[in-house]
Design a protein around this ligand. Structure first.
Ligand SMILES: N[C@@H](CCC(=O)N[C@@H](CS)C(=O)NCC(=O)O)C(=O)O
Length: 204
């Protein structure tokens, strides 16, 4: 398998999951900062011009964070990266969708790319503030869901890898992180797979 990634982006969570799985995989750098995702070469791989994208061993490409994580969990059942029961599965999907579609796409995306949300430069600080409010509300809810447990669903799951990249961004931006999530982030950084992914991406 080959993961198309950009260092420190949301692909970090998928990278850490591939490390958790422990099977050989390749990394292909798509440097978002230099606009490599808009070049024709990457367009032929993922016309959505986003990372992560996963090329599987049969050559097919899978996109969208939740779909890639779900595929990795389901194709490695012995690792139990997903709860086995229906209730556990829908709770995982519920968490993934909230973290990726809301906290990431409606929150952090406004902070990182305010200009994509308004044609008016003067409005950009307000866009960033809205993004920070979405993140703060999301982190409050996720902190409540985590509660005193080590991981979002009790045992480690793909949901924790999504929360990890959000926490990583918040720490990098010096945004407030509730104590429970700060503990969760520290705990994941200690997992060898996450430590390796961070080191490979030059983030430690
Ligand atoms: N819905 C996509 C979103 C992925 C996404 O937005 N990735 C960001 C990096 S974290 C990206 O590729 N951005 C490209 C850009 O900003 O132009 C997913 O879940 O994979």
């Amino acid at each position: 398998m080959k993961l198309f990634y950009s260092p420190g982006s949301c692909s970090l969570g998928i990278h850490a999951l591939l490390e958790e799985i422990g099977q050989p995989f390749e990394l292909a750098l798509v440097d978002l900062k230099s606009g490599a995702h808009f070049k024709a070469e990457y367009g032929a791989i993922n016309p959505k011009a986003t990372v992560p994208a996963l090329q599987r061993d049969d050559g097919t490409i899978l996109t969208e964070w939740q779909a890639i994580a779900w595929y990795l969990a389901k194709s490695n059942p012995a690792l139990e990266l997903l709860p086995a029961d229906l209730e556990g599965e829908v709770r995982t999907l519920e968490l993934l969708d909230y973290m990726v579609a809301t906290v990431h796409m409606r929150g952090f995306s406004r902070i990182f790319r305010a200009r994509n949300f308004t044609p008016t430069t003067a409005d950009e600080p307000a866009v960033v503030q809205t993004g920070q409010d979405v993140v703060a509300h999301g982190f409050k809810l996720l902190d409540q869901i985590l509660g005193p447990r080590a991981y979002l669903l009790g045992d480690f799951s793909i949901a924790d890898a999504a929360l990890f990249y959000l926490e990583h961004w918040a720490v990098a931006l010096s945004l407030p992180v509730p104590p429970g999530l700060a503990g969760h982030y520290a705990r994941l950084r200690q997992r060898p797979a996450f430590t390796r992914a961070l080191a490979t991406e030059g983030l430690v």
